[in-house]
Design a binder for this molecule. Sequence first.
Ligand code: MG
Length: 398
Amino acid sequence: MMPQPRRVILLGASGSIGQSTLEVLEDLSQRGERSFTLVGAAVRRSAFALQGIASSHPLEAVAIAEEATAGEASSEVRRADGRLVPVCRGPRAAVELVDAVARPGDLVVAAMVGAAGIEPVLAALARGCDVALANKETLVAAGAVVMAAARQHHVRIIPVDSEHSAVAQCLLGLPRGSDDVARVVLTASGGPFRTWTHEQLRAATPAQALKHPTWAMGAKVTIDSASLMNKSLELIEAHWLFGLENTRLGAVVHPQSMVHAMVECRDGSVLAQLSPPDMRLPIQCALCWPDRVAGPARRVDFASLGSLTFEEVDHARFPALLLAGEVIQAGGTSGAVLNAANEVAVEAFLSGRLPFTSIAGIVSDTLDSVAAHDASSLEAVLAADGAARAAASALLPS
Ligand code: MG
C-alpha cells in the first residue's frame, strides 16, 4: 500500500525551478513512484500561472507578492472542483501562505529569487517543515540564522542547486559526512562569456548575457552565471550547507556541465556526481531524498559525450569569484551585503544602466563601505540587506 502522500508547498511556482518541480511531481505520480499533494503555491506576479496550477492540484491557499498587472487584475483562483482558493497578497504573501497551510512534516520547495526567500524559508522551518532549497540567496544572506533554525526545529534543508545536490549525493557515500572531506570542488559551466576578452566583456549586453550555453534558467541566475557571481554565491551556500571553511572549497570551469561537483576525500579519492544539465534530477532528489526512484530526467550518453574538460577560472576576467572567500572569511552580515549589492547591480545591468564588467566592482565596493556585524538575528540580516542596497544604489553611475 502506498504511504500517505507527502504535502508540498511550492514557493516560486511560476519560475524555471517552480515549473520543473510541477513537471517532476506530475511525472512521479504518473509512474506511481511517489505520491505528493501540492497544497500551496506562491508566485511573484503571475496569477495566470496560479490558475493553471489550481486547476490540477488541490491547493488550500496561494500567494501573489506583487500587484496584478492590468490584464490580470481581479483574478480569482478556482480549483477544478469549483472551490475558490484563498489568495494571500502583498510583499509578505509567501510567509502568510506558509503560516496558513504548512503542517509539521510538510515539504516546502523554496524556489523564489533573491533575498525575498529568507522569511518564507524561516517560516517553513519554524512550522516543522523540511525545506528543499533552490533559493541560494537565502543561505548566502542569512546562513547562520537559517541553519540555526533548521537545527532548532529538527528539520532538514535539502539542496536543490545542482552542485549542492551533487555534493550531498556524494556525501551519502561517506560514513562520517563532511569529516571525511578534504575538499569540495564545484563546477562552473563558464557561462556565455567563458572565452570572451575583457574588451568584449565590457560591451556585453543583457541579451548576450542571458544566452546561457548549457542551462535554461531565470534572468537573475543567468546573469550571475555569466559573471561567475553565481559560483561565488554557491561557494558561500556550500560553506553553510556542509560546514566547510574557505580552504576546503574550490571551483573549476567545466563547460559540458555534466559533472556538477566533486568531493575529494581525506585519502585523495574523488567522488563526483554526473548527469546531463537538467534541473529535474536535483529537484527529484530533493523531493524523494535520500531515495532513488525512476523519473523524467535526461540520461548520460557517454559515447556521444566524448570528453569532459576542466579549466582554471580566470580571475582577471571573472573577479566576482574571489568575493566568496572574502565573505566566508569575514563572516557576519557580509553575505547579506554581497547578496543585496549583487541584486542591485544585476538589476542595473539588465536595465542598461551598468556595464557588465562593473557588476563585481559594485559588489566589492559595497562590501568595503558597509561594515559587517554579527548576523545571528533576522533583524541584523535585513538591516545589512537594506544598508547594502542603499550603498550599492549610490555607487551606480547616474
Ligand atoms: Mg547551481
